[in-house]
Write a protein that binds this ligand. Structure first.
Ligand SMILES: [Zn+2]
Length: 332
């Protein structure tokens, strides 16, 4: 059903996003010094032992599956943010698509009250609009008495549209005038656009058109009725197919969804990061009192006494007294 694109008369008419607590991302920690709940690990890097404290098993790499799952959560949230109507950023971006239902212009200019002076000029303006948009414009002028049985000119324009067009691709401008006995010109106008035009004649563009047409109609010394309509169309035509952004909506959507979506992304990346450190894989749990360092007599690498039977760098056997005592005991 067509609906009003605007009109006038002589009288002149978030939801806040919840922030993630960080989840698993910030709770898995590796530090150089002890913290509550941490296990002490040693690994060897650059021929030296490195002691780290961690509250998770650093020898087990992060699961790729978990990262993928978290990544999917991120994509779903991003998808909601961008593509689900009602919230979506995509809904805030309108890319007009030219209508193709008409193969040639069939522009109606129906002047019942004789106010249109330059019909050809008006036709040319309307045709340029049609060429650009594929929307079929139409202009209808009526007298006040034609719609006195209707609640409003909008109401009348609605039925006038349905009477004349059996599609949703027209844009009908209805102009009503009554010249009173004292010469006062009592005029009203209403635009009625088919639903299929909504993607091109957006609320914003309809408002701009309405404002312009109203302005020119008020300047009756400078513009005839058809001149005002033609000028309003001529100003809309060059910009009507431009992509429209509702930046306030885009920002509101991003503010609502980005914190949660990013939390999942950070968790996924942190989980991947745990996989990354190859030194962590060969780390060994190391008791707090195991601290004495020894130097390998073959390669010169430094290792921790009491943890190895062979050098962690060159695999040479290390002296019995530096080997783990438990194993030494069992061997006896
Ligand atoms: Zn060695």
């Amino acid at each position: 059903m067509p609906h009003s694109s605007g009109g006038g008369s002589h009288g002149g008419g978030f939801h806040g996003g919840s922030h993630g607590s960080g989840g698993g991302g910030s709770s898995s920690r590796v530090r150089r010094s002890y913290f509550k709940g941490a296990t002490r690990y040693v690994y060897y890097k650059n021929r030296k032992p490195v002691i780290v404290y961690s509250n998770y098993d650093i020898t087990k790499p992060g699961s790729l599956a978990v990262s993928i799952l978290l990544g999917i959560y991120f994509l779903i949230l991003a998808g909601v943010c961008f593509f689900i109507p009602g919230f979506a950023v995509c809904k805030s971006i309108t890319i007009p698509k030219k209508l193709t239902i008409f193969t040639e212009p069939d522009i109606l200019i129906e002047d019942n009250v004789g106010v249109i002076k330059d019909k050809d000029g008006l036709y040319d303006s309307l045709e340029r609009f049609y060429d650009e948009t594929g929307i079929m414009p139409a202009v209808l002028t009526v007298s006040r008495s034609d719609w006195k049985l209707y609640n409003s000119l909008e109401h009348y324009a609605y039925y006038a549209y349905l009477d004349r067009f059996d599609d949703e691709s027209h844009w009908l401008i209805v102009y009503s005038v009554k010249i009173k006995d004292d010469g006062f010109v009592d005029w009203y106008w209403e635009g009625m656009q088919g639903n299929d035009t909504d993607n091109i004649i957006t609320v914003k563009k309809a408002e701009a058109f309405t404002k312009n047409l109203q302005k020119y109609l008020l300047q009756s010394d400078d513009y005839t009725v058809d001149g005002a309509i033609a000028k309003a169309f001529d100003e809309l035509t060059p910009v009507v197919m431009k992509t429209e952004y509702d930046s306030a909506m885009i920002i509101a959507n991003l503010l609502a969804f980005t914190p949660i979506a990013l939390m999942f992304l950070v968790m996924a990346l942190k989980n991947l990061d745990h996989r990354k450190d190859k030194y962590y894989r060969q780390a060994m749990v190391c008791k707090q009192d195991v601290v004495e360092q020894k130097k390998c007599e073959y390669c010169g690498g430094i290792y921790i006494k009491g943890m190895h039977t062979a050098c962690p760098y060159c695999a040479a056997e290390i002296p019995q007294e530096f080997q783990p005592q438990v194993i030494a005991d069992s061997q006896q």
